[in-house]
Design a protein around this ligand. Structure first.
Ligand code: UGA
Length: 439
């Protein structure tokens, strides 16, 4: 059993803390937000994540998991302190490291025994060297503090599963002591561990995320070409997927990637390269393709319709992917303002993301257009002139072609997730536009 403190209770920190407790470590999660800490103590998760609440309640009751705002008490006698705070993107694409710096300072002022500081947050290559120096500069007590890199590969919506059943654990260390401590922490997970130096570990995180972003942008690029030459991207990707060198995952063309990671990490790596006088052309291409892709359905619809003004527009799905209430970099955020600007009356449906979206676009008039949030898909489709699908929620996938035909005033559907069969939609008399397929 290792005594662990975790700084930050977002996706990365909270899920890591809960999973460390689940495998038997003694964990204290630290957050500055008193309300959030109280909510977590009452067994409620501040984020929507399958299976998380159950594990929070189980491990809290077992006394292995605690939450506090008192960072000093948590850091003082920890064997390892994991940092899982955010590194948001700045306007120039670089990562904002101020949250990491704050935590590093607090650690330096609190630790009273030797301890390993483990950075889970995604940080530019070389940052952990600086974090280590920073902590040592501010250390109050005469103790040994080392920093290790341990990037996180969980995806939202399956975070607990991804952590407990990760494909690999990456540990980046500069000493045997640090390496052994991390090995001990991860030993009960029984997962493959890749042990490298700190900078390589930092790079593995960016290189992995950017590769996946590239894969998606590549498929989107090919999808757009498929439309022009009369090929079908789903058949193309299926054909490609049998090649084990390509693999079958992340080949789905769509309305572009969103979320808190791919958009941020592609821009961050491009920025890092630029700082070193190098142009990372492949990653830049992935970013450019994605920006265009997010608007592709809007562009198609604008060509097809003389105006959107006064039209009832059903918007199905607001979050950047299903299984999360997260809206960051979601295609909806790109398209809804364009639709409103054109005077559309939007009826938006999302099983969990509507509340968050309404904070940005409150229900009611917005310039020439308006937005109304509905609890049932039928209410969005009823009498609609056009429908946009931005997120492939199960309930959206379950809509039958006949429902569009029956409920909509004009059955015109723009699908950013290729969830319906082109043939079945045509058969039902729905005008159906999707990505990289015949229409
Ligand atoms: C991503 C990675 O998948 C995780 O491995 C990584 O740990 C995480 O970022 C992170 O750095 O924290 P996440 O952003 O939660 O996870 O979501 P993904 O499931 O990867 O989806 C990202 C976006 O790509 C979504 O908008 C999704 O719709 C899109 N996508 C995904 C596609 O358009 N096509 C695909 O084939 C797959």
């Amino acid at each position: 059993m290792v005594r662990i403190a975790v700084a930050g209770t977002g996706y990365v920190g909270l899920v890591a803390g809960v999973c460390f407790a689940e495998v038997g470590h003694q964990v204290t999660c630290v957050d500055i937000d008193e309300n959030k800490v109280n909510v977590m103590r009452s067994g409620v998760s501040p984020i929507f994540e399958a299976g998380l609440e159950e594990l929070m309640q189980k491990n809290y009751s077992a006394g292995r998991l605690n939450y506090t705002t008192d960072y000093q008490s948590a850091y003082r006698d920890a064997d390892a302190i994991f940092i899982g705070v955010g590194t948001p993107e700045q306007p120039d694409g670089s990562a904002n490291l101020s949250y990491i710096a704050t935590v590093a300072r607090q650690i330096a002022e609190s630790v009273e025994k030797d301890c390993l500081v483990v950075v889970k947050s995604t940080v530019p290559v070389g940052t952990n060297d600086k974090v280590e120096q920073f902590i040592r500069d501010f250390l109050v007590n005469d103790v040994r503090v080392e920093v290790a890199s341990n990037p996180e590969f969980l995806a939202q919506g399956s975070a607990v599963h991804d952590t407990l059943h990760a494909d690999r654990i990456i540990i980046g260390t500069e000493s045997k002591w640090a390496q052994e401590m991390l090995m001990q922490i991860y030993e009960p997970f029984h997962l493959p561990i890749v042990s490298v130096n700190r900078r390589s570990a930092e790079m593995i995180k960016y290189a992995s995320n950017d590769f996946l972003a590239l894969k998606i942008s590549y498929m989107n690029d090919i999808a757009n070409l498929c439309e022009l030459v009369g090929a079908d991207i789903q058949d193309v990707s299926r054909g490609m997927s049998f090649d084990e060198r390509i693999g079958s995952k992340f080949l789905n063309a769509g309305i572009g990637y969103g979320g808190s990671c791919f958009p941020k990490d592609t821009k961050a790596l491009e920025y890092i390269a630029k700082q070193h006088g190098y142009e990372l052309k492949t990653v830049k291409a992935a970013i450019d393709v994605n920006e265009e892709q997010k608007k592709i359905l809007y562009k198609k619809a604008s060509k097809r319709l003389i105006t959107l003004h006064g039209l009832k527009v059903a918007v199905l799905g607001l979050t950047f992917k299903p299984g999360t209430d997260d809206l960051r970099e979601a295609a909806s955020l790109e398209n809804v303002p364009l639709l409103l600007e054109q005077g559309a009356d939007i009826y938006a449906y999302d099983p969990v993301g509507a509340e968050n979206f309404a904070r940005i676009y409150p229900e009611g008039k917005h310039g020439r257009g308006s937005i109304t949030y509905v609890d049932h898909i039928e209410h969005a489709l009823d009498g609609a002139n056009v429908c946009f699908i931005f997120t492939e929620w199960g309930e959206v996938k379950a809509i039958t072609p006949e429902m569009y035909k029956k409920l909509m005033r004009t059955p015109l559907v723009y699908d950013g997730r290729n969830i319906h069969s082109v043939a079945q939609m045509q058969e039902a008399g729905v005008e159906y536009h999707s990505i990289g397929r015949k229409h």
